[in-house]
Design a protein around this ligand. Structure first.
Ligand code: HEM
Ligand code: HEM
Length: 219
């Protein structure tokens, strides 16, 4: 029984060794994106201008002070502004990681490149032992390309927002905010489907795929 399982695994297309550079990149990106999402979550909930406005007015009035709505709004805005500032710096980190991923893809051996892997899987004949998970494998690889493209959109629009004092970017501010806000949902969609995908793979016919992303070896 055990022998059958091992054979099934070794025929899986997912049975590939991930390079150390990709593994380090993957887990660093996971941490940095998580940090970025936390700033978005906090800035749009607990620390949003709207949610602190009445609290600030109330606290000042309780201590006998007088505050106008404009003054209270300015103070409340500072909280969310601080978080967006952190978001911006984490964003620079994400831009750097995206650049690293492009450099890794440029310098690795041809057989390791995503497009070569897609091409090889597409050429697989339907009698080949690994053919059974070809479609999952292709969806996973297309998913990675989708993610890299979405991250590029987030990075370009994010940088456009970060350098808003540049006149041309100032005039594009509204468009950049719109694209940045909409594309965030593509990132959430990717993360959700990616997690469902790897958990499904690890609990069915590609056991060990997650630990393979940690220590490199699949089995
Ligand atoms: C995981 C990827 C990212 C997500 C989910 C995300 C999400 C968001 C959201 C929801 C906003 C608020 C938009 C609004 O006001 O309607 C925002 C603003 C912003 N983001 Fe991102 N972002 C990401 C990556 C980046 C990157 C790579 C940068 C690059 C520096 C960046 C820089 C900014 C800047 C400068 C703002 C404007 C902050 C402000 O209002 O002062 N973001 N982001
Ligand atoms: C913010 C969250 C995450 C993002 C953005 C992300 C992104 C990615 C990307 C882009 C790849 C492809 C790397 C390449 O170019 O080869 C990948 C692969 C992978 N990720 Fe994630 N990941 C995330 C979280 C996770 C988590 C939490 C796990 C484990 C539970 C995980 C497990 C894996 C595995 C096993 C692979 C390799 C799958 C294969 O062999 O095709 N990821 N991830």
């Amino acid at each position: 029984m055990e022998i059958t399982t091992v054979n099934q695994r070794s025929f899986s297309l997912f049975n590939e060794k991930h390079l150390l550079a990709i593994r380090i990149w993957h887990w660093t990106t996971f941490l940095v994106i998580s940090a970025s999402l936390i700033t978005v979550l906090l800035a749009s909930t607990m620390f949003s201008t709207k949610s602190n406005l009445s609290m600030i007015t109330e606290q000042i009035q309780r201590k006998g002070g007088v505050v106008t709505p404009v003054q209270a709004r300015a103070v409340a805005h500072e909280y969310s502004d601080k978080l967006w500032m952190v978001h911006k710096y984490i964003g620079y980190g994400l831009c750097f990681l995206l650049l690293c991923r492009i450099l890794i893809e440029t310098f690795i051996a041809k057989k390791e490149k995503i497009f070569s892997k897609i091409k090889n899987a597409l050429m697989l004949r339907n009698r080949a032992p690994a053919y059974s998970d070809r479609n999952y494998y292709l969806w996973a690889k297309y998913g990675y390309l989708f993610f890299y493209l979405t991250l590029l959109i987030m990075a370009v629009t994010g940088l456009g927002l970060a350098y808003e004092e540049v006149p041309i970017l100032k005039s594009l501010h509204k468009t950049l905010i719109q694209i940045h806000s909409i594309a965030q949902y593509l990132i959430y969609f990717y993360i959700l489907t990616h997690l469902i995908g790897v958990i499904r793979a690890d609990t069915t016919n590609s056991k060990g795929i997650v630990s393979g992303m940690i220590h490199g070896d699949y089995l």
